[in-house]
Design a protein around this ligand. Sequence first.
Ligand code: GTP
Ligand code: MN
Ligand code: MN
Ligand code: MN
Ligand code: MN
Ligand code: MN
Length: 209
Amino acid sequence: MCMCVCVCTGGSMASGQLSREEALACVGCRHACHILLYADTEAQLFEEIPIRHIVLMQMRFDGLLGFPGGLVEPSEESLEEGLSRELWEELGFSLSVTVEDHVSSCHNPSSSSSHPITHFYARRMEEKEIREVEKAAASTATDHGHEVMGMVRVPLYTLKGGGGGLPSFLSHSFIGNSRSQLEDALVRFGLVTPEELQTALKHAAQRRK
Ligand code: GTP
Ligand code: MN
Ligand code: MN
Ligand code: MN
Ligand code: MN
Ligand code: MN
């Protein structure tokens, strides 16, 4: 039984992380690995609003947003091998994930044993490669239309008036702690400033009322 005590919610995962090694030492724990794929872009919305970065998430079969990836069986494969396998199933794209892509691992004690330890990875790509991922995910990926309803890009801007863009996106429903993973990563990798995220979260909270 796992004795790890940590909580990874609310955008600040720093409080409740465990290392990759601590997580793997957890006897009887299940493991899930997911990844954020992102790239810089010069593209503009309406020839006016800079898109700045492409950030990929997916619409899952259950109607929730999440990252590509899935359950890994450490007795049969390394976390990174398992994640690469999941990416092949869900994206139809061969990407060899390494330990260097690891960002954080999290076990939420409030969740039952049916909730796995979640390992989060990130990989910066070229815009061209992201487009190839999107193409493969919509055509050759075996899980397309089954486990994965489609890839989506995260809007990072906030439209005039406050609601549209990132605030609206954050108002959707997310699987597990993927919303925290997204918020953490956006700031960690400099894709939005902490101030931009706070403003977006404020608008998002107003939208949910
Ligand atoms: P199957 O092939 O049907 O077993 O699904 P899968 O292996 O692709 O697993 P999935 O991606 O659904 O992830 C397994 C579990 O991890 C989910 O039931 C959630 O509890 C959690 N999970 C899924 N996506 C994410 C994510 O993006 N972030 C986090 N933190 N957890 C996730
Ligand atoms: Mn149009
Ligand atoms: Mn899967
Ligand atoms: Mn999955
Ligand atoms: Mn799976
Ligand atoms: Mn599957």
